[in-house]
Design a protein around this ligand. Structure first.
Ligand SMILES: [Zn+2]
Ligand SMILES: [Zn+2]
Length: 367
């Protein structure tokens, strides 16, 4: 079958003929891939800056954001049936007996760091005609989400951050009075890519007043944000301190820029008891400096919390699937607009190397 693979040693990226997946254990499932989304991590793997092949393979099959249809299940699989739509999670457990997290089926909290990630780290991804996996790593998706289910993984990144935010907010004295959720709170989303816009939707449905603050100018993304009831402010037009003066205290910042220096420095404008949520990984583009002493002093003085990019749990994927259904009812037609272009698997190797344009690009592997 066809697959798109990167050869880290050769510095090559091309279509390969890969062996067909099969049911090797009673818990296995074979999935026919329908669509695969790609993001900044894929572009970094495609330019050989990150990513590693499985130990027994000269190449790594790309793709970690997938939607597929089940074609075959092992004898022990009950929860999933042939014909079901599914989204696979990305991280798989390490082999260490002493890693409590992985032994509990929670590689999102892996202690050894020797987990694998499909399409990223030592395990093949999903940009192939078919793949197999243990059923426990597959989340069922309702048929009505067929056109947008490929957005589950990027939304799960925001869902993870928001779930951790809700944990942290429980420390506030008024949480005990039942005042939880986003009502009366203000959030600033830094960035305007797919994770930022999906995160905006997730915050708006929880009652937050959301402002998207983006380095780019107004345009399609601004119009999209406003159609959700969020505000869009371009950094070209207004400084963040003036935005805070105008709108009031920021309770939450959701960083979805890939952790640019500007987005990290924005933390200085977070309000008292505020929470700064990172979804990107700083330093991927190289080293930069920030006045850490100044920023940390402010964080301690203002009782703030920074939460790092926790890897999504199965629970975060389930929340993402529920929220996609909710967003589809609340904003009919909005989610499909986040998918800016579709291409075939043959076109994918060339597209991975090009810079990001527009919103989410997806590869249509099968109809
Ligand atoms: Zn991604
Ligand atoms: Zn582990």
């Amino acid at each position: 079958m066809k697959a798109v693979a990167v050869f880290p040693e050769e510095h090559a990226l091309r279509l390969v003929e890969h062996r067909e997946p099969a049911i090797l254990a009673p818990g296995d499932v074979v999935v026919r891939v329908l669509e695969v989304g790609f993001c900044g991590i894929d572009r970094e793997i495609a330019s050989f800056r990150t990513g590693s092949a499985p130990p027994d393979s000269p190449y790594l099959i790309l793709g970690h954001e997938a939607l597929g249809e089940v074609v075959e299940v092992g004898s022990a699989v009950r929860r999933i049936r042939p014909g079901d739509l599914v989204v696979p999670t990305v991280r798989r457990p390490c082999r260490h007996e002493t890693c409590r997290a992985c032994r509990m089926g929670r590689p999102d909290f892996c202690l050894s760091g020797q987990y694998t990630q499909r399409g990223i780290k030592e395990a093949h991804g999903f940009l192939a005609e078919r793949f197999s996996d243990d059923a426990r790593w597959l989340q069922p998706v309702p048929r009505e989400l067929r056109d947008v289910g490929v957005l589950t993984q990027p939304l799960a990144l925001a869902e993870t951050a928001i779930a951790e935010l809700e944990q942290v907010q429980k420390r506030l004295p008024w949480a005990a009075l039942g005042e939880t959720g986003g009502a009366g709170k203000r959030a600033v989303v830094l960035g305007a890519g797919p994770v930022a816009l999906l995160g905006t939707m997730a915050l708006v449905v929880r009652g937050y007043k959301v402002t998207i603050y983006s380095s780019g100018g107004r345009g399609e993304k601004a119009e999209f944000a406003e159609s959700l009831g969020a505000q869009f402010v371009s950094a070209e037009e207004e400084k963040l301190d003036s935005l805070v003066d105008r709108t009031g205290r920021i309770d939450v910042m959701l960083e979805a820029t890939g952790a640019t220096p500007e987005a990290l420095a924005a933390m200085e404008h977070l309000g008292r008891n505020g929470v700064y949520l990172l979804t990107g990984i700083p330093g991927r583009r190289g080293a930069f400096t920030l006045d850490a002493g100044y920023l940390l002093h402010g964080m301690v003085q203002r009782n703030q919390v920074i939460i790092g990019p926790a890897h999504p749990s199965a629970e975060a994927y389930r929340s993402a699937i529920q929220d996609l259904a909710l967003f589809s009812r609340r904003w009919p037609g909005a989610l499909p607009r986040l998918i800016s272009s579709r291409m075939s698997i043959e076109e994918a190797p060339g597209a991975f190397r090009k810079p990001a344009i527009g919103l989410k690009r997806i590869v249509v592997v099968a109809e």
